[in-house]
Design a protein around this ligand. Structure first.
Ligand code: AMP
Ligand code: MG
Length: 348
């Protein structure tokens, strides 16, 4: 398939491009587009056949549901009911990086919800994403625009790498501002439960209801018979080609441990090190890339997937990463890092 690629300036959007891509969605095709979390691969969320094409293009397991993106607060037709607590979250944090799970209406085909009775809905803040949804005239089902299992794309180059030739249209915009997928909150239960941590943190949600909690299966390795509430939780995710190992503990000991592993490999392995601005000068050997300053977790979140993908390009044999405190955005960063490492963590 010939994929049309158009790069837009988010401050000066060419409406013709948006209209053309909106028409592709309306006619049952696939469009990759920027959002503030990561780039999404969109199809008409109400069209079963279009949605099935997403699963095929990504190689995504059929039982992993898609998030439905809207540009309008009027989501009543898509859901059975909107609990008042969900309305408060929507008012405070939409548009933005948070997905809410509701009981679905019959308008949502089973392909979109992967057979579940519930649907995840989000209103992105990215202007291209919102204009595209408006132009399509329909909610857009969109998982991340990567081949299943790979780190999510946070720039248009990564989308092109994974999906060129497989979909009708790729719209490029800026690099994703958040760089991590949306927070997912189950609003069908009381108290509310976070199924995936993201930029809207538990601390922020507790300002609305202090009983909000994080599903206990999120931060540890799932057991074999684990039946997750968010099916995506069980899959290997965000994985670069090389294995990832996390070294966790006091920063000085972490640096010493990473240097010891590099030393012990005696140059036989090409080792990539995910460091931080505070430590990057302390690794004499290995290919060192800094995720950013520990003082600025936002930039670490923004850079994580891009750097994981970057190690694929330079073809390392092993990636060693420092860890982050699981507080605020650190919860989401560590969740993605642990999944990319298949929960291979060494404590020092
Ligand atoms: P992705 O768009 O690739 O980031 O994946 C979407 C994530 O949202 C997956 O982990 C899904 O399991 C989760 N998700 C989407 N819809 C639902 C739902 N109805 N219930 C629970 N989790 C959902
Ligand atoms: Mg994904």
């Amino acid at each position: 398939m010939n994929t049309k690629i158009a790069i837009l300036d988010e401050n000066n959007i060419v409406q013709n491009i948006i209209d053309e891509a909106g028409l592709v969605i309306a006619q049952g095709g696939l469009v990759a587009f920027p959002t503030e979390t990561v780039y999404g691969l969109g199809a008409n969320a109400l069209d079963e056949i279009a949605v099935e094409k997403i699963f095929k293009a990504k190689g995504r397991p059929q039982d992993n549901p898609l998030i439905v993106h809207v540009a309008d607060f009027n989501i009543e037709p898509l859901v059975k009911e909107i609990p008042s607590i969900a309305r408060q979250i929507m008012k405070r944090y939409w548009p933005g990086p948070i997905t809410l799970i509701f009981n679905k209406s019959d308008l949502i085909p089973s392909a979109t919800s992967a057979g579940l009775d519930t649907v995840g809905i989000r209103m992105p803040s990215n202007i291209i994403a919102r204009k595209l949804i408006e132009a399509a005239g329909t909610p857009i089902a969109a998982p991340s625009a990567n081949i299943s299992g790979r780190p999510s794309p946070t720039d248009v180059e990564s989308c092109i790498e994974d999906l060129s030739g497989k979909i009708e249209y790729i719209i490029g915009g800026d690099k994703s501002k958040v760089g991590l997928e949306s927070t997912i909150v189950d609003c069908t239960c009381t108290p509310l439960c976070i199924l995936r941590p993201g930029a809207i943190t538990i601390e922020m949600l507790r300002e609305i209801d202090n009983r909000v909690y994080i599903d206990k299966n999120i931060m540890c390795k799932p057991k074999k018979d684990f039946k997750p509430k968010a099916p995506g939780m069980k899959y290997r995710h965000y994985a670069p080609k090389a294995p990832v190992k996390i070294i966790c503990g006091d920063l000085e000991k972490t640096v010493a441990k990473i240097n010891e592993i590099v030393q012990n490999s005696m140059g036989k392995k090409k080792i990539g090190i995910m460091a931080t601005d505070e430590t990057k000068e302390k690794y004499p050997k290995g290919t060192v890339i800094s995720l950013g300053s520990r003082e600025n977790l936002d930039s670490i979140g923004r850079n994580l997937f891009e750097i994981l993908r970057g190690f694929d390009v330079i073809d390392v044999d092993l990636i060693l990463s420092e860890a982050f405190e699981e507080k605020g955005l650190g919860v989401a960063i560590m969740n993605r890092l642990k999944k990319s490492a298949g929960f291979d963590i060494t404590f020092v």
